[in-house]
Design a protein around this ligand. Sequence first.
Ligand code: WQD
Length: 323
Amino acid sequence: MKLLVVGGAGYIGSHVVRCFLDNGHNVTVFDNLSTGCRENLFKEGEFIQGDILDIPLLQEVMAGGFDGLVHLAALKSVEESMSFPEKYSVNNITGTLNLLNAASESGIRHIVFSSSAAIFGNPQYLPIDEDHLKNPPNYYGFTKLEIEHILQWYDRLKKIRFAALRYFNAVGYDPEGRIAGLEKNPANLVPIIMEVATGKRKKLQIFGDDYDTRDGTCIRDYVHVSDLATAHLLAMEYIHKFNTSDCFNLGSEKGTSVLEMVESAREITGKPIPAEIAPRRPGDPGNLVATSAKAYKTLKWKAQYSDLPTLMESSWNAYKKHL
Ligand code: WQD
């Protein structure tokens, strides 16, 4: 297939591009390099630097004709979305509408969308399946849920078929070391742990140790980014084959606490990784774990690299190059 990957120079996007290229597809990356980086681009395929707010450019690019579109371009900081919702309205919602309209006009009918576990909010039950109540506790999660609703309308009115992939906690790096770009100013646990391990940060703050969990720290479902990339390939193939839309929760189905992540990182990096207990981060649920049974049943997808040692070793392999 000839695919346009919007946001393909980013952390997850570059792994998705790598997976499509490894499976013989033709990929064009469209990215404004605001958070993505050139070192994440591959010599195969095309690259167009541009912004999803540039409607004429989107129309020109899409006139080139593509069999499908993968949309990963979005701002993703939960905290920033609560302080600057306007940025998230424009980049995440308006930007996506621009993409959808240009795709619709140019005849692109198959879209894989990067959604998020943040659409669910506090769990009513665990593990979280696709039918769980969607009550996003932050504006970032709201933008992702709104885009899913818009996609449902475009499916109904414009016959655009989509797969919305709700990532739980994406971590790790390409096990073959082919992707090296580090996230800039990360807010997420594992990149912050790695910055402490490389000495870029002095210590880790653990946001609360008084949750109702086995060691008091928050539990999350950490899933390897290469596993997520495979899900994008399987989802695009599914849409092409069955010309239908659907939503999938993507996780390892394993819960790991913050302290367990820190201990694993200390063991694998051999670094002390100083950490201190800090106050809870507002809006953090104590426990978030997915069931990906639907993705397994429908897409035949199952996480392969999402064991804790692989998650941590592949992350350290990327970060230790920057020691
Ligand atoms: C994980 C755990 C923190 C940093 C968010 C989005 C989600 C997805 C992933 C995009 C939490 C704790 C963190 C630190 C800490 N993003 N932590 N000290 O909040 O589960 O999910 O990012 O799709 O949609 O909601 O991920 O990595 O920020 O936090 O103690 O310095 O680590 O409290 O329990 P989160 P995270």
